[in-house]
Every structure is written in C-alpha cells, then in structure tokens.
Design a binder for this molecule. Sequence first.
Ligand code: ATP
Ligand code: MG
Length: 113
Amino acid sequence: MRLIIAIIQPYRLEEVKAELYKAEVNLITVSEVLGHGRQKGVTEVYRGNKETGNLLRKIRLEIAVNEKFVEPTINAIIKGAKTGETGDGKIFVLDLKECVRIRTGERGGTAIG
Ligand SMILES: Nc1ncnc2c1ncn2[C@@H]1O[C@H](COP(=O)(O)OP(=O)(O)OP(=O)(O)O)[C@@H](O)[C@H]1O
Ligand SMILES: [Mg+2]
C-alpha cells in the first residue's frame, strides 16, 4: 500500500478530482495548506496569488491506494493539475504500513478501497 500526497494549485482541484474518478480512485482527503516551492512564492505572488507573506494557498491531497492504483493515481493528478507553469505542484509517494476501516475492523488492502 502507498500513501500519495499531492500539493496542487487550488483552481485545479475540480479537474484533478474528475481525472481521479475516471481512474476509479474515489477515496480522497483534501486540505487547504500554505506553502512555497523553490521560487519561494515570488513569481506567483506577482500573479496575484499571495496569501501570507510569501506563502501561497495550495491544496493538499492524501490518497491511500493499493499497489495497482499507484501509477493511475499519479497520472490522474498530473493530467488534472499540469499547466506547465511554475507552482503546478508536487506528488510524494510513501510506503503505507497499515489501513483500518474503523466501522468493520477490516485491515490492509480490503480496508483501503
Ligand atoms: N520539497 C518539498 N517539500 C515540501 N513541500 C514542497 C516541496 N516542494 C514543493 N512543495 C510544496 O508544493 C507546492 C508546489 O511546489 P512547486 O510546484 O512550486 O515546486 P517547485 O519545486 O518550485 O517546482 P516549479 O519550479 O515547477 O515551481 C509548494 O508551494 C509547497 O507547498
Ligand atoms: Mg515552484
């Protein structure tokens, strides 16, 4: 199992969700976060996206998946989030040791999807 964390531009969220649904990835956590990449927020501040100092408003997605959904999930995020401009975002893929569905007590691969 893997935990995919993606930081994307807020205005790309609906498109990313649509691409994830097309890839049959239907379970997702979304948070509003602040961050900056290697431009330290500077170029995007000029584009009117400024939030707090040089920290810019971003969306963080967390998606836990079984192995066969890793590449489809990554591809869906790229398809929905890519504009070619700086600040498009980043995807982090972490090993995930366990997943428990609280309601049923299921664990692992059956609990995840
Ligand atoms: N190495 C990192 N560690 C933690 N968060 C990061 C990292 N890189 C990017 N982020 C987060 O992702 C957001 C988008 O990053 P961004 O796309 O600007 O990356 P970048 O490396 O600057 O690439 P680009 O040159 O395409 O802009 C940042 O605002 C930050 O929240
Ligand atoms: Mg950047």
